[in-house]
Every structure is written in C-alpha cells, then in structure tokens.
Ligand binder design. Structure first.
Ligand code: FES
Length: 647
C-alpha cells in the first residue's frame, strides 16, 4: 500500500508520508516553511495549519478531517490555555492519517491597506533570518565538565539541527544567569544570515520567548517610512512615517551634499539627525502596537545613495560630482547597535545593495518588489523624485539609470507649487471651448464647480498646486490649445478669455482667482518641460540600450506615481507610449522590497544577485542623452509617436 499524500497550500508542494508522521515534520521535509518556537512541545502555538476538506480532483486527492489525528492531550491543553481559532491545528501534534490538503496560513499579504493602489495583492512567503528556538538544557554534571554555554549549543544542535553556532559576545557573561532563571529552559534567538554563514545566537531568554520582531525601513529624502513586523507570524503590526529631519539642512539630496561640503560637521549632524528620526519612528511603531523595542532582532533598510551614505555615517561628497563614486555599493550587514539603532542588543541590520551612484538601495527594493527580471515582458519601473531612478528590463537583461528631473514634480520651483497636503489642488480639467477650469483639492471631496465646494474648502483653504495637478494642468492646457507643442502659452487667446493674462513678456493662465491667486506661468511650464524631458530622455536612452521601440508595462513607484493619472503623464510625454491599462502605480515599492528582504532571507540573495547583473548607465556620460533630451522638450515629443494615446 502507498503512504498518504500530503499537499501543502499555497506553495503546492507535496509528498507521501507514513501514517503517524507529524504534519510539521512533513512540511519541513518538503521545505514548506512552518514556524515553530517550542520545538514541537505544543506550547508556542506558532505551527498552526488548517486542513481543507473536499475532493481536489485537479490534484487527485480527497482530503478530510478524518485524515488527521484527533487532538491529543498536549494540543487540548494548549487549546484550553491559549485558545485555537476554529479549524486550526497544531502541526507539531497533529499527525497524518490519510491524504490531506493542508493550508499554511500566510499572514503577510501586501494589499491596498499597506500600499496605496498596489497593483495586486501579494503574499510574501516567510523565511526570516531570525528563528526563535526553545530548548531544555542539561543541568551541569561534575563528571562531564562541559560549560553551560557549550551544553546550550549541544542541545540546540540536537533539537534544532544548528551546527557551528556562534554567540554574540555581549551574551557570554549573561548565559549562566539566564539558564538558571527558569530551571534550564531557555529560548535562543538564532540569526542565520550572517556573512560567515554560521548561525549566531543573538539573544537568549529564560523560558519560552514567543515573540520576535523586525523592522523594514525606507529612508526617503522627504519621508522615512517604517513597518514593524512579527517575524513569527509575518504580520505587519504597525506602520508609520515621519518627515526626514535632514530637510532643515537642504530640501533635496544635492543641497544636502552641498551642506556637507560647506560645513565641517555637516555630515555628522545629518547622520545624527536621521538616526535619531529612525529611533523615534521605532518608538512610534512600538508604542502603537505595544511591542518592546528590545524584541526587535532584525532591521532592513533601503534608501537612495545619499540617504544610504548619510545613514551609515559616510561622507556623500563623492556622490555630488562625476564619477559619482559610491563608498560601498554591495549589501551590508552588521550589528544595529553599532550605529546607535535602539533595538535588541543582538539585532542585525541589513541594507540592500545600491545599483549605481544615483540609483540606490531604494531602487533595488523597488526592483525586488516589482521583479522585472522575473518576467519576460519589458517592464519600465520609475521612481520619480529629485532624481528619477529608472529601471528597464525583463528576464533576459535589466538596465538602470538615473536622470536629473529636479524638484518640479514635487511642486518645488513652481510659482504656486506645494507638496501634496490638504489644501493643494490635485486634479484639474479645462474646458476646451471656454478655457474655464475646474479642480479638486486634497481634503475636499468635490470638484470646484460642484455645489458646496466653497463651503467645504473653507476648512482646508486652497493653498497651491501639488505635483500631480501640475502634470494635469499643463496637459490640459496643451489639449485645449492654450499652449503650443513647444510649450508656449498662446498670448493671442487673451482676447478670448480673461484667464490668459499678460505677465511682462510672457503670459500666464489664471487657475483660481481668489485668495491666494493661483496661476500657471510660462516659467512653470518650462520647469515641467525640463523635468519631463529629463525623465523621458533617461527612459529612452535605456530603451535604445535594450534595442526596443515599445515597453510592455510601466510601474510608477513612490508617492508621486500614486497620484498622477497615467493618461496625463503620457499626454505630456513623461513616459513612453504604452497601453494605458499597463501603466500602474505601485506605491512605496522600495518599502515593499525591504519588507520582502526582512521576511525572507532568500530575497536578499535574489536582489544581491540581480543587482550585480544590472547594466548601469550613467546618463551624464552618454553622448546621446542631450539629443534625446532636446527632442523630449516638445509636447509630447518632437520625434516619437504615441499611437496608444489616440486609441
Ligand atoms: Fe510550538 Fe507546535 S511547534 S506549538
């Protein structure tokens, strides 16, 4: 007779196991990741699974609750004391009695709640770098003079299979006391992603320690975003963001480099500021979720190259000038404590690799998240900030570059520009007959021509135009004939509408006649043209490197991408021609990449490997860049057609 078949979902891994095999052992032997802290003693509850009932014809398997052993005394005790959700079983206690379809609950689902407008819900399979291992250590014996720590290592090898264990130095003086506190029962936090590839005991607790957390953090020039995650369940327990306090040293990254160059202690001050902000943010996510910051054992960071260097205490001056040399491009790992991050004393800190001088670990995070290298269609991935980071590729080849878009897309250098915040105009439409505008304001749930708008807008005020609306207003002005292909406001139209006003030698468009008065000036349009030309030229350069005329799909990462309408981005020629249904905003994809690297250490090797293969293009050194840039100043472009736009 053949042994029962066990199929694990969602991975689909399957195998045959003798009757009586604990489901946890079956999972392990197939490489299905099921958490366990107590080592199968039915006390931690981390190994929960669910049995699916029914005839799974596709898999030729009939699964039934009768095919799993009934709850034994240990599992019943756990249920009585700690409670088990309906349908859940402890896989360390439940054994295989017949064919089974077993669901391994995956709690880490990245969805719209976590990430604005995520393209799809996605499950991150767990394989964290830190594992919690409960053991009962042999008591000392005068006849076997083996040290306490050595007996601890021996039982970790016997019960959990850890070979060649190393110990974090700060723990060594503590071991004896901790072992004796709960009668030789301890939980060791083991980190198994060290450069040495030897597992490390990084923390030790008396008795059963059934909690372990990690943080995934994206240090942006403007905002620092953080997730606090349970490494045992995979659940995101809190997320928060805070402004990057380095803003007081300079709005954008380049002005921060200048600050370092001009002030002897500039780098030290900025490094201290960002580390302090990270510590404050850890305090915030911990307070929100009731987690003790000392239970954080692993930290993953992504950042653009300059933020990356400043966070690590590295002078970024070299990044301010050609050849834009990174001090370090590879992934790094060290003790979080070494740079003053206030978490567990044994916590590790991992930074994703940087791709190039202006394409940072944040772009690597977005690349890991969106995975152009995992599919055969040509994917364009752009993250727009002061520098646009551009990645283009498929499973055959990936190229990357950055392009100096400047801060116009963020509302800076625009006469009425501002950051996206309540009171900012975020959507604009212009009537092509009358040239009358209507607009929407962040915080007001109506268009300006709807009843009750003025009343509702009183609370927030109308304060300026944010990046997404600048794109829309320029595109709408172009579509309604207010500006030419060269981006010049048509002064002759002043005779037809009071909305076109003379402004010295040029003209402006009056978007709102009130307090404050909001206009779009010729200079504003120039600033947008320069920014979009830089982005497009960078993209086009990469397309030429790939030898393609058309991209298959476009992903906008970052806050900017979440708000802009793809149609308007294409009307302006910000992005190349593409099926509009294939243009998607993916929110903070860099942060998602950090989360993936935190929850599954295989993703670290994956992105390290992919980044090493990416072809890096330096736009500043490319003779073609200037030609592409000049073509891209026109709306939408001087030479390139946009056939999908007219479809
Ligand atoms: Fe701890 Fe099953 S492994 S309860």
């Amino acid at each position: 007779s053949t042994d029962p078949l066990v199929l694990f979902m969602p991975s689909g891994k399957r195998g045959r196991f003798p009757v009586g095999t604990p489901v946890l052992d079956a999972a392990r032997s197939l490489g299905v990741y099921v958490e366990s802290v107590c080592g199968g003693r039915a006390t931690c509850g981390r190994c929960q699974i669910e049995v699916q009932e029914g005839n799974f014809a596709k898999h030729k398997i009939v699964s039934s609750l009768d095919h799993i052993s009934p709850k034994g005394p240990k599992e019943e005790r756990y249920e009585r004391v700690r409670g088990l959700p309906e349908g859940r079983r402890l896989s360390c206690s439940a054994t295989v009695q017949g064919d089974l379809v077993v669901d391994v609950p995956q709690d880490t689902v990245i969805n719209a709640q976590t990430i604005r407008k995520a393209a799809t819900d996605r499950v991150i399979e767990r394989n964290a770098a830190v594992q919690m291992c409960y053991v009962e250590v042999d008591e000392p014996d005068m006849h076997k003079p083996l040290g306490d720590l050595d007996r601890l290592k021996a039982v970790l090898a016997k019960d959990w299979g850890w070979k060649d264990l190393l110990v974090a130095p700060h723990l060594i003086p503590e071991v004896q006391k901790i072992l004796r506190k709960e009668n030789w029962a301890v939980t060791a936090a083991i980190h198994r992603d060290m450069e040495s590839s030897r597992p490390f005991i990084i923390a030790l607790y008396p008795g059963l320690k059934n909690e372990a957390y990690g943080i995934a953090c994206d240090i942006g020039s403007t905002t620092i975003a953080m997730h606090l995650v349970s490494l045992l369940s995979g659940r995101i327990v809190a997320s928060a963001g805070a402004p990057n306090p380095q803003i007081r040293f300079g709005e954008d990254v380049m002005s921060r480099v200048s600050y370092v160059m001009m002030n002897p202690d500039g780098q030290g001050a900025m490094t201290a500021a960002v580390r302090q902000a990270v510590n404050d943010l850890i305090g915030k996510v911990c307070a929100e979720s009731g987690v003790d910051r000392h239970d954080i054992f692993d930290c993953v960071f992504v950042a653009n190259p300059i933020m990356h260097h400043l966070f690590l205490g590295i002078d970024p001056t070299e990044l301010g000038q050609a050849p834009f040399a990174l001090a370090v491009s590879g992934a790094l790992q060290f003790w979080a404590h070494e740079i003053g991050i206030e978490v567990s004393r044994g916590a590790r800190l991992y930074t994703l690799p940087c791709i190039a001088g202006h394409v940072g670990a944040d772009a690597a995070g977005a690349t890991l998240s969106e995975g152009p290298y995992r599919q055969d269609r040509m994917m364009l991935l752009v993250d727009v900030g002061t520098n646009a980071e551009i990645v283009l590729g498929n499973d055959k080849h990936v190229v990357a570059a950055s392009s100096p878009t400047g801060p116009a897309f963020e509302g800076a250098e625009i006469s009425s520009g501002q950051r996206a915040a309540p009171g900012a105009i975020e959507r604009v439409r212009i009537d092509p007959e009358t040239f009358e505008p209507k607009y929407r304001v962040i915080g007001v749930d109506k268009w300006s021509d709807e009843e009750g708008f003025e009343e509702a807008a009183k609370a927030t005020g109308v304060t300026g135009i944010c990046g997404s609306a600048i794109i829309e207003v320029v595109a709408e002005m172009y579509l309604s004939g207010l500006i030419s292909e060269d981006g010049v406001i048509d002064g002759a139209l002043a005779a037809r509408t009071p909305r076109i006003i003379e402004n010295g030698r040029t003209f402006s468009y009056l978007l709102r006649d009130g307090q404050p008065r909001i206009t779009v000036t010729q200079n504003d349009i120039r600033a947008i043209q320069l920014a979009k030309a830089a982005l497009y030229a960078g993209t086009k350069l990469l397309m030429e490197k790939q030898g393609i005329e058309q991209v298959d799909t476009i992903r906008f990462a970052g806050a900017f991408g979440s708000f802009i309408d793809p149609k308007y981005a294409m009307v302006l020629g910000l992005i190349p021609d593409c099926d509009l249904a294939e243009v998607k905003a993916v929110g903070n994809a860099s942060g998602t990449g950090a989360l993936m690297a935190l929850l599954n250490r295989d993703h670290r090797r994956e992105i390290e490997h992919e980044v090493s293969k990416i072809e890096k293009i330096e736009t500043a050194l490319e003779p073609d860049f200037q030609r592409l840039f000049i073509n891209a100043m026109a709306l939408p472009n001087k030479v390139d057609a946009f056939p999908k736009l007219s479809e």
